[in-house]
Design a protein around this ligand. Structure first.
Ligand code: NAP
Length: 263
């Protein structure tokens, strides 16, 4: 398998060519209702990617005092704005705004984050991971997958997508015993970790020597640097790095979702 960085370069070239062949340039709108440094960084990345492949994009930054009604009114306006191909509302939202309500308010045909349960598109992180594995020739059928974490935005949709690829899927969470975790990991061909804790996977566990580990975790360490859930250099066949790993796949999936809705 190629590294994620190598893969992304090729894939962006592909998207650029597809956009050049479209009659109208697609437009992405990002709505931000916080001034969270992590969100600012994610949004900068998304805008940079969009410009790089040739999408138009716009950031609508609202104050943190925005009410739920004001945000829902804006979502409704974007739902009906023909100049907008797709849009996302950057999470997290300020306290007092119901995130689930907002996710469901985004019309499925423009929901490039795939957060509305009625959307045909999948959430960007698990979708980005499956697309990458497929493109790189990973064989899913009948193989054993372990997903660590069961959140609505990563763990659960990840497990569903791997099941759709006919894998045997086990989901591990905070109530799973250490003994069971050991057993499941030992038999896994694919391990996706989305927990949010450094060291959830280490060489204290036994792995198949050709296992593939996809590390979704983004954790700030005591050293001030970003780390994944997995410690580096696990005794496996392939492991994605953090940073420079799944975060890039998530951004790519957003571009691919936008391309899909613009067609
Ligand atoms: P979350 O909502 O906090 O969910 C964490 C999950 O991990 C929960 O289901 C929890 O179980 C489970 N868990 C806790 N301790 C565990 C343990 N020791 N072993 C196994 N499972 C355990 O987090 P999230 O939003 O899914 O995000 C997870 C991580 O991915 C974070 O570091 C986040 O920053 C990162 N992330 C990265 C990207 C990207 O693009 N790279 C995108 C999204 C998220 P319970 O349900 O039992 O509590």
């Amino acid at each position: 398998m190629r590294t994620i960085k190598e893969y992304i370069v090729d894939k962006k070239e592909f998207i650029k060519k597809e956009i050049d062949s479209l009659a109208k340039k697609p437009k992405l709108v990002i709505v931000q209702v916080n001034d969270d440094p992590a969100s600012n960084a994610y949004i900068r990345g998304k805008l940079k990617d969009s410009a790089e492949v040739g999408f138009d994009s716009e950031l609508i930054k609202l104050s943190e005092t925005t009410s739920e009604k004001e945000l829902l009114d804006l979502v409704e306006k974007l739902n009906h704005d023909d100049s907008v191909t797709g849009f996302i509302v950057q999470m997290p939202l300020p306290k007092g705004i119901d995130e689930e309500k907002v996710k469901r308010a985004v019309t499925p045909s423009k929901d490039v984050d795939g957060f509305n349960p009625l959307s045909d598109l999948n959430p960007a992180t698990p979708q980005g991971i499956v697309t990458y594995l497929k493109d790189e020739g990973f064989i899913f059928k009948g193989k054993n997958a372990v997903v660590l974490g069961r959140s609505n935005i990563v763990g659960r949709p990840m497990a569903r997508l791997l099941l759709d690829e006919s894998m045997n899927v086990t989901v591990i969470h905070s109530k799973t015993s250490e003994e069971d975790k050991r057993l499941y990991l030992k038999n896994a061909d694919l391990i996706v970790t989305a927990v949010g804790k450094i060291g959830v996977l280490s060489n204290d566990y036994e792995y198949k020597k050709d296992a593939v580990v996809i590390d979704v975790g983004i954790n700030r360490g005591d050293d001030g640097k970003l780390h994944g859930d997995a410690l580096p250099e696990l005794n496996v066949g392939f492991q994605t790095p953090v940073p420079g790993g799944v975060g890039l796949l998530t951004r790519l999936a957003l571009l691919l979702n936008l391309l899909k809705v613009s067609k």
